[in-house]
Ligand binder design. Structure first.
Ligand SMILES: Cc1cc2nc3c(=O)[nH]c(=O)nc-3n(C[C@H](O)[C@H](O)[C@H](O)COP(=O)(O)OP(=O)(O)OC[C@H]3O[C@@H](n4cnc5c(N)ncnc54)[C@H](O)[C@@H]3O)c2cc1C
Length: 396
């Protein structure tokens, strides 16, 4: 009989687990620990906060009343360091919490920051939390030029938000294209042109090594000693799962915390969900992964063995700086057996690519049209011969 559940973390995985638990059990005690000072907010809203499209109040999805209504004991600003798995005690900065029946690790990720020199300088930021977004929003007000290091989705979205509030952002990447996971070279060229039209500069092949300036950041310097000046530097070069609690508590982890199909870690009664865990070598840092793993974890925490995780099909439908981008299936074919059809419209920020094998659509990229994206997606799902409609494949 489960009467006491502990949850470490308070992001989308944790709150999804709370909702799942409460939909099945109104009585079990739930204690939540988070190192943040705010109650739950969705991280995608942080971009809106930087762009001044939302206030802090509008960013917070569940206020303290929500926790009270759901009978959840929320401990804000309470980092957890370790779990004593023998005595079932959570060791945190506040009074220790002992005797859980079931515990969920939903501790997410932290930004990955390469070891650049000068990271300690003023006006060098990362973006993960609401406080990070507030700091960046305040810093953009006084900056002449903002440098975003990283050409992934987060870096591009952040630069677009900075532009909206009057900034002069430049996105700097060590790669030769934007969004290497979702785009090919031509698609990246179309997106780059679209960003430049919006007043967002993009620089490729820049290997950032250090932050220049005395106390305050004044720019970045590359491995080849090239420099870019700017008064605000945001590093958006990826994330790493938080595994420190697992490490300190003898729970197995690789790049993320290892779980089985029930979302149970190597320690009985301790589960993990969201960005902090990996299952069968799979890991995704996206919300659908966090919510689906959290539901499975919650069900098994209440009734072990009641559900099994079957993986997810990651959604690759994105909004990048106001344009729709969808990439599905094989987008980088590596054999002559594939046929590739492409349509490029640089002026209107549109790019379509279809990859076919034996006249069957097996992959596509669609930039700038949701209609075409949906059409291509449906044709991929059907897996039918499309020889007759090849000519009109990209018609809207
Ligand atoms: C700006 C931004 C925009 C994004 N946009 C999208 C998007 O459009 N679509 C999408 O699918 N994904 C997006 N993501 C990724 C998405 O937000 C994450 O996949 C999701 O937040 C993962 O949820 P989680 O609950 O596993 O982890 P998190 O949201 O990271 O939550 C982890 C929680 O654990 C707490 N915690 C960590 N360590 C400790 C500790 N030792 N003690 C106590 N508490 C601790 C943290 O404070 C936090 O409350 C975005 C991310 C960012 C930063």
């Amino acid at each position: 009989m489960i009467s006491k559940i502990g949850i470490i973390g308070n992001g989308v995985a944790a709150t999804t687990a709370i909702r799942e638990i409460r939909s099945k059990d109104s009585k079990v005690r739930i204690d939540v620990f988070t190192d943040e000072r705010h109650p739950y907010y969705p991280r995608p809203s942080l971009i809106d906060l930087v762009a001044n499209r939302r206030t802090i109040k509008e960013t917070i999805r569940y206020d303290l009343d929500w926790y009270e209504k759901n009978n959840v004991n929320l401990r804000l600003s309470t980092p957890v360091f370790q779990i004593d798995t023998e005595t079932k005690t959570v060791i945190s900065t506040s009074k220790d919490y002992a005797g859980y029946d079931s515990l969920l690790l939903a501790v997410g990720c932290r930004p990955f920051v390469p070891p650049f020199e000068g990271l300690h300088k003023n006006n060098v930021h990362v973006i993960r939390t609401l406080d990070d977004a507030l700091d960046i929003r305040d810093a953009v007000k006084g900056a002449g030029r903002e440098i975003v290091v990283g050409g992934g989705i987060l870096g591009i979205e952040l630069a677009a938000a900075m532009k909206e509030v009057g900034g002069e952002p430049i996105v700097v990447s060590n790669d030769n294209r934007l969004l290497p996971m979702q785009l090919d070279d031509q698609g990246s060229t179309v997106l780059t042109k679209h960003l430049e039209k919006k007043g967002i500069s993009v620089l490729f092949g820049f290997e950032c090594r250090s932050i220049s300036g005395d106390d305050d950041a004044e720019g970045i310097v590359s491995a080849q000693n090239d420099s870019i000046s700017g008064d605000l530097v945001v590093i958006a070069t990826g994330v790493r799962s938080n595994t420190i609690i697992a490490k300190n508590s003898g729970i197995k982890y690789n790049k993320a915390i290892n779980v089985d199909e029930h979302m149970q870690t190597s320690t009985k009664g301790i589960f993990a969900a969201g960005d902090c865990m990996e299952y069968n070598g799979q890991w995704h840092g996206i919300i659908p992964w966090a919510t689906s793993t959290a539901r499975i974890a919650a069900q098994n925490m209440l009734d072990f063995g009641s559900s099994k995780f079957k993986g997810i099909t990651p959604s690759n439908q994105l909004q990048v700086a106001g344009i729709d981008l969808t990439s599905i299936g094989i987008i980088h074919p590596d054999s002559p057996d594939y046929e590739t059809l492409v349509s490029v419209d640089l002026d209107n920020g549109k790019y379509f690519k279809a990859v076919l094998k034996d006249n069957i659509l097996v992959g596509s990229i669609s930039l700038g049209s949701r209609k075409v994206a949906m059409k291509l997606r449906s044709l991929i799902m059907k897996g039918e011969d499309i020889a007759d409609i090849k000519q009109s494949l990209f018609d809207e």
